[in-house]
Design a protein around this ligand. Structure first.
Ligand SMILES: C[S@@+](CC[C@H](N)C(=O)[O-])C[C@H]1O[C@@H](n2cnc3c(N)ncnc32)[C@H](O)[C@@H]1O
Length: 246
């Protein structure tokens, strides 16, 4: 690995056998448009390009672009883009899918970006197990920020030996399936502010005693510590209503 791949990269999977075992869990068919985050040298890309209608591979490291162009020069269903995924403008007119074996320190920012992309219908990411668990946890900020928009499932505990260098943490493949719920950026910022206070249990900052009682009643809630997604959204709606934020 060169200096750049250490800077932008992390844990690579290169064996075709191992890649097939991981990708078997992923739904790819001939109607799919797939965006790949960080294709690297195109090991996973090959799998998608052979099965999807189109692949748009977005790689930040300009040194990898000639390698990718060369590898896929015979194919016309792939577009290789030298761009930072974080500032890449995703489509807003058709549904698409996303795959990424991404640097783990980008997981949170990628999830945040994709939360607002209503056409990102299915997302498959390779992430740390701990991160995946935080995404599933509706008592934590990350879980509550994601839950309205995506149903999350852990598809596969990937054997550490598939990666090089071998990671020190457990790594999993997760799937996020888009729900029909949407928010504007403005609304999302309000929701984030609300959730930050909610997870700290700062209920008295969010509501008066009476308002909290009412919000609990509107949300049909028995136990504030075990909430379902629609209940937290109902509480958020009450919060906006009581605070003139609607
Ligand atoms: C862990 S490596 C994986 C490479 C390849 N997917 C694989 O599994 O072999 C992560 C890749 O993401 C790229 N990358 C890192 N940050 C990125 C960003 N913000 N936007 C696009 N690509 C990025 C890196 O340059 C690197 O190629």
């Amino acid at each position: 690995m060169n200096r750049k791949s250490v800077r932008f990269g992390q844990n690579f999977v290169t064996s075709i056998n191992d890649i097939n075992k991981i990708c078997k869990k992923i739904d790819v068919n001939s109607n799919d448009v797939y965006f790949e985050i960080g294709p690297g040298k195109g090991h996973f890309t090959q799998y998608f390009v052979e099965r999807a209608k189109e692949v748009i591979a977005i790689e930040i490291d300009s040194e990898l672009i000639p390698i990718l162009n060369n590898k896929f020069s015979d194919l016309d269903n792939i577009k290789i883009v030298n761009h930072d995924f974080m500032s890449y403008e995703l489509p807003s007119t058709f549904k698409y899918k996303v795959f990424g074996n991404i640097p783990f320190n980008l997981s949170t920012s990628i999830i945040r970006k994709l939360s607002l992309e209503k056409y990102a219908d299915e997302i498959y990411l390779i992430v740390e197990l701990g991160f995946a668990k935080r995404l599933e946890d509706l008592n934590r900020k990350m879980g509550l920020m994601l839950a309205p928009f995506y149903e999350i499932s852990i598809l596969y505990n990937i054997p550490k030996r598939y990666f090089h260098p071998i990671p020190s943490v457990e790594v999993v493949l997760i799937k996020l399936k888009r729900t029909s719920y949407n928010m504007s950026m403005k609304e999302y910022i309000k929701y984030e502010d609300f959730i930050e206070k909610w997870v700290k249990k700062d209920y008295n900052v969010l509501f008066t005693k009476n308002q909290l009682k009412q919000a609990i009643r509107y949300g049909n809630i028995d136990n504030l510590r075990i909430l379902k997604v629609d209940q937290i959204l109902s509480i958020f709606e009450s919060y906006k209503l009581f605070n003139g934020l609607k």
